[in-house]
Ligand binder design. Structure first.
Ligand code: BDR
Ligand code: CA
Length: 328
């Protein structure tokens, strides 16, 4: 089986952790680097969440972690800690025993792509600050990236941070607009509405079944996802949401995509009311498409992959502690 080399750009909390797990456990994945960007929760906590995730998979030290932009290009950072808590359910480990790379994430992204132009893809599951910064540093960068998979926006639909904006595009709308106008050859976008809300969400009953898995990954999954499920239900989203891991899964398993089409995407940067809104134009408007928008994903097929992931036996390298001091 030919493996797919890629960089995962992440604001690690909740489903970003699940995406990292797919990135190190899926047989088709060849994860070259984890690059961290400001988003969901405090930057240091995001790094801790990424380390915990590699550790639970028994992969600590196997995939380098680079820290990148710790704030959006022009805006104050906005957190989603009310959604995700700390993003890993209060787990801890001896973080000082784990290594973080010294090279800046944007430099690492440029270097890795330059070493193999046209071969390495990027899966961006946080605000697009790092990817946009790479574009600004090297105007040739976009053409050298094989494919760019983005979790963000809504297809002219509901937001989750404001009525019109999804979190990743809301946090750094300028970065998103830079990316969509940079000339990437092959962008794929997985949205909040409709795709996450319909295809990447499981009800609490199904979640309860899945979280019975006694493996370290199974227990970790419950710990990182519980807070978000509670939050979702409090705002009328009926279940546990998995947009980031589904975005990566559509790159690794393109057969999961049931419907998609080329569209022209622009992200609102001028208005405060609709900041981060993703305008997605279909062919009637005669605009050149700059992305493939995923309209529908195979829900059952994706959650079967998740079941396999949760059943995977791993041996964490370092002990992982629950908030009450017990071992995970
Ligand atoms: C996106 O925002 C974050 O909270 C999630 O990790 C996901 O990337 C959903 O809007
Ligand atoms: Ca994310």
């Amino acid at each position: 089986m030919e493996k797919i080399p890629f960089i995962l750009d992440t604001d690690t909390a909740q489903d970003d952790c699940v995406a990292i797990l797919f990135g190190v456990c899926d047989p088709r994945a060849d994860l070259q680097a984890i690059t961290m960007v400001a988003g969901n929760v405090g930057f240091e906590q995001q790094v801790r969440n990424a380390l915990l995730t590699l550790n639970v998979a028994g992969k600590l030290g196997d995939v380098p972690i680079y820290t990148g932009c710790s704030q959006p290009i022009m805006r104050e950072w906005v957190s989603a800690s009310e959604v995700h808590g700390d993003g890993s359910g209060g787990l801890s480990m001896d973080f000082e025993k784990a290594e973080i790379q010294k090279e800046h994430a944007v430099n690492a992204m440029l270097r890795i792509v330059n070493e193999r132009p046209g071969e390495v893809s990027i899966v961006a599951i946080g605000p697009l600050t790092n990817v946009a910064s790479a574009v600004v540093l090297d105007r040739g960068f976009a053409k050298k990236v094989k494919s760019l998979y983005i979790m963000g926006g809504s297809e002219n639909g509901r937001g989750n941070t404001t009525s019109s904006a999804e979190f990743n595009f809301y946090v750094d709308p300028e970065a998103a607009q830079i990316v969509f106008t940079a000339g990437f050859e092959d962008i794929h976008v997985l949205t909040w509405d409709p795709v996450t809300l319909r295809d990447a969400t499981i009800s609490r009953d199904i979640y309860n079944e899945k979280t019975k898995s006694p493996t370290p990954i199974g227990k970790f999954f419950k710990s990182v996802c519980d807070a978000t499920l509670d939050f979702n239900e409090s705002v009328g989203v009926d279940g546990s949401t998995h947009p980031d891991s589904m975005t990566l899964a559509t790159m690794l398993h393109p057969e999961l995509v049931e419907d998609s089409s080329p569209m022209r995407i622009d992200v609102e940067t001028a208005s405060e009311l609709t900041r981060g809104y993703s305008a997605m134009a279909w062919d009637k408007f005669g605009l050149n498409a700059n992305a493939t928008v995923i309209h529908k994903v195979d829900h059952d097929g994706f959650f079967e992959l998740l079941d396999k992931l949760l059943a995977t036996q791993t041996t964490p390298t370092l002990e992982i502690r629950e908030p009450d001091g017990s071992t995970l």
